[in-house]
Every structure is written in C-alpha cells, then in structure tokens.
Design a protein around this ligand. Structure first.
Ligand code: ZN
Length: 377
C-alpha cells in the first residue's frame, strides 16, 4: 500500500510499504478514507525526535472503514465507518478506568524509551516514533488499530466524513481543554492559538456556557474562522495590546480560564527566534487571581523564566494535557450529528495522499490560509 513516510529531517515521501495485518485478537484493520495533518507532527518533521526512523508512517487523525476484525473485537464489524482516537489505550488499566486514556500504561509498545528521566510512559499514538509506541499512522491506505473496542468509534450516519474526521483528535483535545479549565456558565475564556485545536476549544467553551470567549492569534484568516464558526472574539496580537484588551473585556480582573493551544513555539519548531511573546507566560500573567491556566501539548522542551511567582501569589491552577482521552468522542460525535459542532471548515486544503508532502509544506508554513490539510488515499 501507499503511505506518507518520514524520510529525514524536513523530508517526507509517499512510499510503498507492506499492508498492515492483524497482530492481536483485539485489532481491526481500517481502510482510510480521510486523514489530517496535526500540529504535533511538526516537530517530528523538523527531525527533532531522534527516535524517528526512515520509513515511519505519519498521521494521528484519521477516519475509515473496518475491513478486518480480530476474534476478540465486540463492537465492530466489517464495513463499519469509524473514527479512531489518536491515543492508543488498553481500556483496562488503572488510568483507562479513570478515563485517562492518554496516560494508559499499556498503550505504548515501548514504554521504557518515552520519558527516561521520570520513567513514565503515556499512551501510544498513531503516526509517532518508537517512543510513542511506534504505531504506523493514518496517512496511508490501511491502518492497524489496536484495542479497537476502546479507540475506534462508529460514526453516526448523520455525520459526514469531513466533519467526523476531527472527532479523532482536534475536537476531543479542545473539549478536554475546556473541561480542565472547568469552563462553565458566565466564564470569560481566553485562548492562545486559533488553529484547529484553539478553534475547537473556543467552540467547547461556548457550548459549556462561557459568557465571552477570546482568541489570540496573529493570522487574520484563522481569527475570522474562530469568530464565524466558534462565536469567539478575535484578538490579533500584531495590532492589539493583548493584556490590556483581556483585562478590559473581563471586568478588569483577567479571564477566568486561559488556554494555551499554540502547539510547539515557532522558535522550537524551526530553530529560529520566537516571533511573538511566549504564550504560556502571557497566559499566566493575564489570568485572574484564582483562575485556571491550561497548557496543551506541542512543546517537549524545558522552559525557563516561567513566572512561577505569579502562579503561587495569585493562586492560579495550572493544568496540562498532551493529547486527548477517548471518553468524549461519542459525545462529540452526537453533537456533530445535531449540528452543534461543525468542524469541516478546518480542512482548508484537500489533497490526494500522493500530494501529502506538499500538504504538509502548506500546513507547516501556514501558507494560503492553511489550518489543516486533509488527504484522501
Ligand atoms: Zn490502559
């Protein structure tokens, strides 16, 4: 089959690779219908992960049709249209039983190499290097899906592929951010980053009853999308004093919840100087006393000069998440079916899988208003 492979730093290619096969009784094989780029792929593309090997198949967000079913799979049959959560989780360990699938003890096939400093492993993930389980991703014609009863979800007929695709990762991550922030009625929520996850965090905050949702970004098209599709107030950091605006629009206190959804900072991504103030620091400074700051993944580095004093003196709660759990996917698919949650506009570029390297170049450079590139095998 054909698949998008990592070749070397900055170099991707569509290659012929062996078809996946069932390896465990809880696996299914999915024929991919759509797959999307993800911000978490960008540091990998830049070659910053030493554990990537030439030929690794990328792609964490995908949707398709079940074509082979392992003997212990209960919830899926041949022909089911499914969206597959990015986290690979067993469903039975202590973390999975708490709904913390992204922390699963058994999802990664190579837990020892994940975090040698702390000896913790998080769940496996599709389209990531060995350190995240080494599972081939969804930018391919077929994918092996382990623990299919836990991580694959049948898509309701009322939800088309273009919408359901983002129930794999971007929508659950946005929902998780709003949940970690305990966003509720009347809250003022500020979100840094108007990419797919930032926009879906904004939408989740609106659905949970936030009074005002402000989105900070420097790309005009993305801000307009956040306004139109998520009901957010756009703040362009190139033209606005963000801190002053946030205070003004929150009764002088600062937002109740601040979410950082910028992915890896540009400096880290491309090895150059940051082209804007560090968003996490700005969020900590902006948040009201006693508020919650949620930091989403994308950065795997160490950050110094972090305003720790502001966290303690102002009684802030810091929460983090690298990837979403799986528990919210059915609820989000239901909201998609009811039309409360629309995501298809995020697929700004649609390309055949054979053009995936060009799609990634557009996505990386945010060229031509690209939010997500979606590939069809
Ligand atoms: Zn587990």
């Amino acid at each position: 089959m054909r698949a998008l492979c990592w070749v070397a730093a900055g170099e991707l290619a569509v290659r012929e690779v062996p078809d996946p096969e069932l390896r465990n009784e809880r696996d299914v094989i999915v024929r991919v219908r759509r797959s999307a780029t993800s911000g978490a792929d960008l540091p990998l593309l830049a070659g910053r992960n030493p554990l990537l090997r030439a030929g690794d198949v990328l792609g964490a967000e995908f949707l398709g049709e079940v074509v082979e079913v392992g003997p212990a799979v209960r919830r899926h049959r041949d022909g089911d249209r499914v969206v597959v959560g990015a986290s690979i989780a067993c469903g039975g360990c202590w973390y999975c039983r708490q709904g913390l699938h992204s922390c699963c003890d058994n999802g990664s096939a190579d837990p020892a190499s994940v975090d040698p400093g702390w000896e913790h492993s998080d769940a496996g993930c599709f389209g990531r290097p060995r350190a995240a389980g080494g599972f081939a991703g969804g930018h391919a014609e077929y994918v092996r899906v382990p623990y299919a009863d836990v991580g694959a979800f049948r898509v309701p007929d009322a939800v088309d592929d273009d919408r359901a695709l983002f129930a794999a990762d971007a929508a659950p991550t946005g929902w998780l951010a709003a949940e970690l922030g305990a966003v509720g009625p009347g809250d003022v929520v500020a979100i840094w980053g108007a990419g797919a996850v930032g926009q879906l965090t904004a939408r989740a905050a609106v659905l949970r009853g936030a009074a005002r949702v402000l989105v900070v970004d420097g790309y005009e098209e993305r801000l307009r999308m956040a306004e139109r599709h998520a009901g957010a107030e756009p703040l362009d950091y190139r033209r606005t004093d963000v801190a002053a605006e946030l205070r003004d629009r929150s009764g002088g206190r600062g937002p109740d919840v601040c979410v950082v959804a910028v992915g890896a900072p540009p400096s880290e991504r491309f090895g150059g100087p940051a082209d804007r103030p560090d968003a996490s620091r700005e969020a900590v400074h902006a948040c009201r006393k006693g508020g919650v700051v949620v930091l989403l993944g994308g950065s795997d580095g160490f950050v110094d000069a972090f305003p720790l004093g502001a966290v303690t003196d102002r009684r802030l709660t810091l929460r983090g998440a690298g990837r979403a759990d799986l528990r919210d996917v059915p609820m989000l698919l239901d909201r998609m079916a009811r039309g409360e949650l629309r995501t298809e506009h995020l697929a700004t570029h649609r390309l055949p899988l054979t053009h995936a390297p060009q799609g990634y170049a557009l996505f990386r450079d945010r060229a031509d208003g690209c939010v997500r590139a979606v590939f069809t095998p």
